[in-house]
Every structure is written in structure tokens, then in C-alpha cells.
Design a protein around this ligand. Structure first.
Ligand code: ADP
Ligand code: MG
Length: 246
């Protein structure tokens, strides 16, 4: 594992009108590391993730993906770099009228101009990785929430991202389906994917995260290893938050 930052956030600021939502955020995710983000609702976690591929336009600061600044360059550069940042949300956003396979080949053909054959081969590899190769011809409505989320992960992976961002990927799932998605995410980490994960699954963080970030009020309040943050938080606000969610 190299120390090269795959994702770097530098002095990120975000305002909505006169409301400052993110303030001077600095964050580095080295290649192959998993950084886990916790914090109360409204603390800016989703906004920070969305700024990482300019789904949300930062008000200031820089975002570097594998050393390249996505705030600089042409629209065409931006579109290319966007593909390198895979995103998985709470909702799965699959097209209901398309098969699982087509859901995964569509963006590959449109955005990466892959041939149908190439896109299908890549999709099947990714479905294999998330344990759903046998569901390639199913429609999203025929799958459980956990399976749909694994398809959404496969779809993001099929675009060969350099970084994967997860925004509460298991929050909409019935408890018994959460494990299958976390298992897939652990597998991804084991394969060396660089990941930034917002989630409430503290057990997963303890097991898998290299670092944990605690955000509150649009700033990073504290950061450390899982042992440091969960075992001996230094800042009172972190302690108070953890005692509420534990
Ligand atoms: P989290 O994901 O930690 O719950 P968010 O990033 O969703 O927090 O929101 C951070 C703050 O930004 C909240 O106060 C929220 O109301 C505000 N916010 C988010 N999106 C918008 C928007 N499009 N317009 C105005 N305010 C927003
Ligand atoms: Mg959120």
C-alpha cells in the first residue's frame, strides 16, 4: 500500500446562501485506505461527499483525485474525473424497467463508450464480486434492498473508479440485509479500493476503518484510529455524540 493520497480535500468550504455548511475541511485518503465519517445529522457529511465529484459545487477549496485537481480544467476533464469517483447512496437509484445487467452496462456504454460485449463482461465480473451473478437478468423490483444496493455497488465499480464514496449505504435496509452489503464493502477494502464511508455501523468501522473522522457543525472536530475515536475520544463533543449513538 503506497501513501499516495487518492482523494485529497483541501480547505473545502460550502455555503448555501448565507448558511455555511462546511468550513475549512482538510482530508486525505491514501490509496487503499478506508476513512470512516461519523457525526450528527446536519453536520455536513453528505455535502462533503457530494463536493468530492462536484455533484455539489464547493464554495472554496480544492478536491484532488489521484493528484489531479477537479476544480481546475475543462468541463470535459471534469466529466472524465467524475467517473473516477464512484458513489453509492442510501437509495439505490436503479432503473426499475431495466434488468440488473442493463443497469450496469448503461453508464459504461454511454460514458466510457465501451462496446456492449465489453460492458457485459465487466458487469458480470462485478456482479460476481458482489455475489449476484445469478441475478443478471432479474429486474430491481425482484431483488431485496440489500441485493439492490449490491447491484448499485457493482454498477459504480464497473466504471473503474479510483475512489468509492458511500453515503449511509445500509441506512435504508432492513437489519437482516445490512450484513451482506457490509461484507461486500469489506471485500472491496481487502482488494485495495480507496474508500470514504459515511455510516452508523460502528462495528464495521472498528473492524475495517484505517481512520475515523468525527464531524459536527460543518467542521472536522476530531480524527484518529478507530481505537482512538471509539476507545478514548479526546474532544467532549465526540464523546457526547458517541454516548448518544452507542
Ligand atoms: P449530514 O449528511 O451530515 O446529515 P448534510 O450535508 O446533508 O448533513 O447537510 C448539512 C447542512 O446543510 C444541513 O444544515 C442542511 O440543512 C444543509 N443543506 C444541505 N443541502 C442543502 C441545500 N441544497 N440547500 C440548503 N441547505 C442545505
Ligand atoms: Mg447525510
Amino acid at each position: 500500500m503506497s501513501n499516495r493520497p487518492m482523494l485529497e480535500i483541501v480547505a473545502l468550504e460550502k455555503r448555501f446562501g448565507s448558511t455555511q455548511v462546511l468550513r475549512d475541511i482538510h482530508l486525505k485518503v491514501p490509496q487503499g485506505e478506508l476513512v470512516f465519517v461519523i457525526g450528527p445529522s446536519g453536520s455536513g457529511k453528505s455535502t462533503m461527499l457530494r463536493c468530492c465529484n462536484r455533484l455539489e459545487e464547493p464554495s472554496g477549496g480544492d478536491i484532488l483525485i489521484d493528484g489531479r485537481n477537479i476544480m481546475a480544467g475543462t468541463t470535459r476533464d471534469l466529466n472524465r474525473m467524475r467517473l473516477q469517483v464512484g458513489m453509492v447512496f442510501q437509495g439505490f437509484h436503479l432503473y426499475p424497467h431495466m434488468t440488473v445487467l442493463r443497469n450496469i452496462t448503461l453508464a459504461q456504454r454511454k460514458a466510457l463508450k465501451r462496446s456492449d460485449e465489453e460492458a457485459k463482461a465487466r458487469a458480470m465480473d462485478m456482479l460476481e464480486q458482489v455475489g449476484l451473478a445469478h441475478k443478471a437478468e432479474a429486474y430491481p423490483g425482484e431483488l431485496s434492498g440489500g441485493q439492490q444496493q449490491r447491484v448499485a455497488i457493482a454498477r459504480a465499480l464497473a466504471l473503474d473508479p479510483k475512489v468509492m464514496l458511500f453515503d449511509e449505504p445500509t441506512s435504508a435496509l432492513d437489519p437482516e440485509l445490512v450484513g451482506s452489503v457490509l461484507t461486500v464493502m469489506k471485500g472491496l477494502k481487502a482488494k485495495g479500493m480507496t474508500m470514504l464511508v459515511v455510516s452508523h455501523e460502528m462495528g464495521f468501522a472498528r473492524e475495517t476503518a484505517d481512520r475515523v473522522i468525527f464531524m459536527d457543525g460543518g467542521v472536522v472536530v476530531e480524527e484518529g484510529t478507530p481505537d482512538e475515536i471509539f476507545g478514548a475520544p479526546k474532544v467532549e463533543r465526540t464523546r457526547a455524540f458517541l454516548s448518544r449513538v452507542a
